[in-house]
Design a protein around this ligand. Structure first.
Ligand code: PYC
Length: 310
């Protein structure tokens, strides 16, 4: 199986170029559901140890249903598929450019939650125009045993997020273990309290905000992804959810740039335009770099060929 690895603002993506499962035809949302229901062994074996680790987001390229899209793509981690993934979309554009399959300029990719547009600005820099994002609930309070109560917004940016404005723990790399522990507890508290996204969707990403380290930036975040890994980048779909909240609060005007720092200090420049259904259409600009072009080997005699599961 041929894969190309990249990182976007520090967050890894592994794109399956050849050798992935055939998901048939039909809407990408149905093909993504099929990937999750029938091929999680494949997903885990591609991203987990001993070939990878749980922070890697995988991307399976599939034929698009729309002729104006360069490719269809289904993002996944070791546990599930993701509706959209901002950092991996930047990684995908840079990878397709590395393969000589796209030139600088505008291109469309089809994802399970809709079509996103990318602008390849140079070999490594990409702007992604995400699907319309929105805030569902403002100021939801949950209690976390041993940590007190947390108030946050529930918002959608291609995935579901709970966004807490003032992290009680400093957002620095030395605190990553404590931040991952706290955000997993907040996610569990939301589940226990029955707080969900639209149609009962699980809120699988938790985002804490605090002041940036660089005075040129506007904010810093820590993002817990589905499972227990954290996002090394500022999280494209998390930034989209953040923009929806900033717009709903009247804090950021359309077109105004916001610099979002991640917990490791990498940045995205983000902005939005008003959406057609009351939300925002986010633009996320960041940089990705290809790190390897490899063949994964699945030896039937290897007891860990399907990955080391948590
Ligand atoms: O960039 O949207 C994102 C993302 C989601 C999970 C990891 N990265």
């Amino acid at each position: 199986m041929r894969v190309i690895d990249s990182h976007t603002a520090g967050e890894p993506t592994r794109i399956v170029i050849e050798g992935g499962p055939d998901l048939g035809s039909g809407p990408l949302s149905e093909r993504a559901a099929r990937l999750e229901a029938e091929h999680m062994d494949f997903c885990a074996s591609v991203v987990l140890e001993p070939r990878g680790h749980d922070a890697i987001i995988g991307a399976l390229l599939v034929p698009p249903t729309r002729e104006d899209c360069v490719t269809g793509v289904i993002y996944f981690n070791n546990l599930q598929n993701l509706g959209m993934c901002g950092h991996a979309t930047i990684g995908l554009a840079v990878t397709l450019a590395h393969l000589g399959q796209i030139e600088p300029g505008r291109h469309k990719f089809e994802t399970p939650v809709g079509v996103v547009e990318v602008d390849l600005l140079d070999a490594n820099t990409v702007s992604v125009v995400n699907i319309e994002s929105y805030r569902l609930h403002k100021d939801v309070m949950v209690s976390v045993e041993g940590h007190g109560s947390f108030t946050g917004d529930v918002a959608y940016g291609g995935n579901w997020f709970f966004l807490v404005k003032n992290s009680p723990i400093d957002l620095v790399p030395g605190n990553i273990v404590a931040l991952a522990d706290l955000t997993q507890k907040i996610r569990k508290a939301l589940e226990d309290a029955g707080v969900t996204g639209t149609d009962g969707a699980w809120i699988d990403h938790i985002e804490l905000f605090g002041p940036p380290a660089d005075p040129a930036a506007d904010s810093r975040n820590f993002v817990l992804c589905p499972g227990s890994a954290y996002d090394r980048s500022p999280c494209g779909t998390g930034c989209s959810a953040k923009l929806a909240c900033l717009a709903a609060d009247g804090v950021l005007e359309p077109g105004r740039k916001w610099i979002q720092e991640s917990v490791i200090g990498s940045t995205y420049t983000i902005s939005y335009q008003p959406g057609e259904t009351g939300g925002v259409v986010p633009t996320i600009t960041g940089q990705a770099f290809v790190t390897s072009d490899a063949n994964l080997i699945f030896n039937p005699a290897d007891p860990y060929r399907l990955g080391i599961r948590p």
